[in-house]
Design a protein around this ligand. Structure first.
Ligand code: 3HC
Length: 698
């Protein structure tokens, strides 16, 4: 006989003769929230209580099996039943329970599967223990059951990288028992019938033993000490896996305690915030608008940025028309794109045939008329308003009606650029970060007249190019570069007052920045900042303190790596501070009558962050960024801000508004023009508010 009973609104139980099918339906990703956990326990109990049922099969509706615990519940008071208990009850079921995994079985989802007595993967399945990417460790038996099935080395590989393992690899390891093709319910039914027929074996993972793998544990500890020192959960994860040789219950007690501890660590909170930041930025006022279809784009300019953008678009499957003024520069642009695509092959991102197909979609030309049928065009020429306006006026004459016209400017006024056209509603900024085919951030700059569907098109393009698109308003530098310009000054002030480039870099790398600002400058080319300072020079207020050291370095023709020297020396050996640059620094200090003083790493970090947070607060107050979390996303995905710190404004909440204000007031005694308390910070301090609360509107 057949019947289906809803256990609750997430779980239902279907009887098919001797088979009980338990269906999880909790869109979008079937996270194992409280109702799912409760429903699973009740469904398995009900199936066990039904004398006609001989086998139980768990599967999920929608695009994926359970993608993990419900991350939104983290930090809130726990609600029973806890996932480890659910898993243990499933494993203890007197009747065999099998699971059918499709899409992604991640974290708690995989742990649920490991507690069942056999696992069938559906083609295309990916499994993983990504808790580490949230600053956590598996918390529902993953560290205990996985080593029993696949050994400690493979478990540590999964749990410390967080990577998604393909079904074939999981099958070869023995993490899953089979791979089948078909719809999850049908596969569940067929597999359960095989259990009844005795052709699919079941067993309790907890009954297996795990062998201690000293070499794998040692290697994991060494790797964590070297590369993951800032993720507090990583050593706990290794400790938990090391306990898998003992009874499951004991190991799980340790694992659970460690998981709860990890939730409270700053790195746990920071990385969970980063997870939400990556997704929150897509929530924009224009989300309801229909994006215009984009298959064919034009890129004007074949320099580093233009060719990087063209590469990203080709990798995203688009057709690209690349425009340059003359054949030789055009050819250079084309060659750069080819080199970028070759690099993608080398890094294993694409296959050779895919590279060839991408190159075949590229059409270089010196004739702007070839842009007449493109859906979207991105201008990426050098930063000159007059040149850009001329280009946009031409595009206005050439492009088809409805074509989106974007500028990749890093700071120029998009409203003014749009005014050069008769269709400002179709104009926006699409600000990529170098190298554009690698960096994930894309600022979508919305001008006064940009139409909602044009904004939506910018976001859809970002998604197609696998970027993290963040909505920004028009101002000098938008979100990222405006904040950078501000904290860049404080770096120079510290340099002038006594902290040397390598000391500043070391302190900020110690905080967790991917690379210190002086190394970044040398890598990007010091001439870029020089040109930018010259542009801003007429706008500089008389009371602003100006440090000429970087200009003097550039005047020597030292632009960083590309010229062999900058702040550092690049002469083939290990990079080291440039003594000639240091001589200029010393000279400028002496000229200004400054006796250099010592800065502790802590002071360097405090001053840097306080400046960064101050301007970030202003960017939020001015509405340039929609919410604090958008600023966090910009710095996480475009400026190497450490993920385990969550972003500048998440970090600001950890410091507290009152303390930040106290710092600004103390620094203001030296320079009252630069160090001003942002009004938003004052409000937060007065009302006991936080940047986090502004994200949710609480
Ligand atoms: N909990 C709560 N919400 C989740 C979630 C989760 N585990 N996973 C995804 N979501 C939400 C997202 O926030 C997003 O919400 P939004 O639409 O409101 O922004 C929505 O589901 C869709 O997510 P994506 O946009 O990421 O969808 P994709 O299709 O691109 O990706 C995915 C799907 C690969 C499953 C991806 O969402 C993902 O990697 N999720 C996180 C997986 C994870 O980290 N699991 C481990 C959780 S910790 C755990 O299980 C602890 C356990 O050991 C006890």
């Amino acid at each position: 006989m057949t019947d289906t009973t809803p256990i609750n609104d997430k779980i239902s139980l279907e009887r098919q003769g001797q088979i009980a099918l338990v269906r999880i339906d909790n869109p979008p990703v079937n996270a194992s929230g409280q109702a799912v956990r409760q429903g699973l326990v009740e469904a398995v109990e009900a199936a066990n209580a039904d004398p006609d049922v001989k086998v139980i099969a768990i599967y999920a509706a929608g695009r994926t099996f359970v993608a993990g615990a419900d991350i939104r519940e983290f930090g809130k008071p726990p609600k029973a039943p806890a996932l480890p208990d659910v898993c243990n009850q499933i494993e203890a079921s007197a009747k065999p329970v099998i699971s059918v995994l499709h899409g992604t079985a991640l974290g708690g989802g995989l742990e649920l599967g490991l507690a069942t007595h056999a696992r069938i993967g559906i083609t295309g399945l990916r499994v993983g223990l990504p808790e580490i990417l949230l600053g956590l460790l598996p918390g529902a038996g993953g560290t205990q059951r996985a080593p029993r099935l696949i050994g400690m080395a493979n478990t540590l590989d999964m749990a410390l990288s967080g990577r998604q393992v393909k079904a074939e690899e999981a099958l070869a390891w023995g993490l899953i028992d089979r791979v089948e093709t078909g719809d999850p319910r049908a596969v569940a039914l067929a597999a359960a019938a095989e259990v009844l027929a005795g052709t699919l074996a079941t067993r309790h993972t907890g009954d297996l033993t795990a062998t201690r793998d000293e070499a794998a544990l040692k290697a994991a500890r060494a790797m964590v000490a070297k590369k993951m020192a800032n993720v507090a959960s990583a050593p706990l994860c290794i400790d938990a896996v090391a306990r898998a040789t003992g009874p499951v219950a004991d190991g799980m007690t340790f694992e659970r305690q460690s998981f709860m501890e990890a939730l409270k660590t700053p790195s746990g909170k920071g990385m969970i915030h980063a997870f939400f930041a990556e997704r929150a930025v897509a929530k924009i006022p224009e989300a309801g608008a229909t994006p215009r279809p984009v298959a064919k784009i034009g890129v004007i300019g074949g320099g580093t940025m233009g060719s990087g953008i063209a590469t990203a678009a080709l990798l995203g499957g688009l057709e690209v028309r690349l425009i340059e003024v003359a054949e030789d520069v055009l050819e250079r642009g084309r060659a750069t794109i080819e080199k970028n695509l070759d690099g993608a092959v080398k890094r294993g991102k694409i296959s050779e045939p895919k590279r060839d197909a991408a190159l075949a979609r590229l059409a270089p030309s010196t004739d702007m008329q070839t842009l007449r049928d493109v859906d979207l065009v991105i201008e990426a020429v050098f930063e000159n308003m007059e040149v850009k306006k001329q280009i946009f006026a031409k595009l206005d004459a050439i492009c088809k009606p409805g074509a989106v016209m974007a500028s990749n400017t890093s700071y120029l006024n998009i409203n003014e650029i749009a005014s050069a056209t008769s269709r400002p509603q179709d104009v926006l900024g699409l600000h990529f970060f170098s190298p554009a085919h690698i960096m994930r951030l894309l600022e979508v700059v919305v001008a006064d007249k940009t139409a909602p569907e044009v904004v939506a098109t910018g976001f859809a393009l970002g998604k197609a190019l696998r970027k993290i698109a963040v909505r920004a308003g028009v101002c000098d530098g938008f979100i990222g570069n405006r904040i950078l310009a501000h904290y860049g000054k404080v770096i120079m002030y510290m340099l002038m007052d006594g902290a040397n480039p390598d000391e500043i870099d070391a302190a900020l790398e110690g905080f967790g920045l991917a690379m210190g600002p002086f190394k970044v400058g040398d890598l990007a080319g010091l001439d870029i900042g020089w040109a930018e300072r010259k542009r801003r020079a007429p706008l500089r207020p008389a009371e602003e303190r100006y440090i000429p050291i970087a200009d003097r370095i550039c005047e020597q023709g030292w632009f960083g790596r590309k010229t062999g020297q900058g702040w550092y020396l690049y002469d083939g050996g290990e990079i080291r501070p440039n003594p000639e640059a240091q001589a200029i620094i010393d000279e400028e200090r002496a000229k200004a009558g400054i006796t250099p003083r010592r800065f502790t790493p802590e002071e360097i970090v405090d001053r840097f962050l306080t400046a960064m947070i101050s301007e970030s607060a202003r960017v939020v107050a001015d509405g340039i960024a929609q919410r604090p979390i958008d600023v966090d996303a910009v710095f996480l995905f475009g400026y190497g801000f450490p993920r385990f710190r969550g972003g500048p404004l998440h970090h600001a909440d950890q410091i507290g508004a009152a303390k930040l204000i106290a710092r600004i007031e103390a620094y203001a005694k030296e320079d009252a023009h630069f160090w001003q308390v942002p009004p938003l910070l004052t409000t937060l301090a007065k009302t006991g508010g936080s940047f986090a609360a502004l994200n949710t509107g609480d």
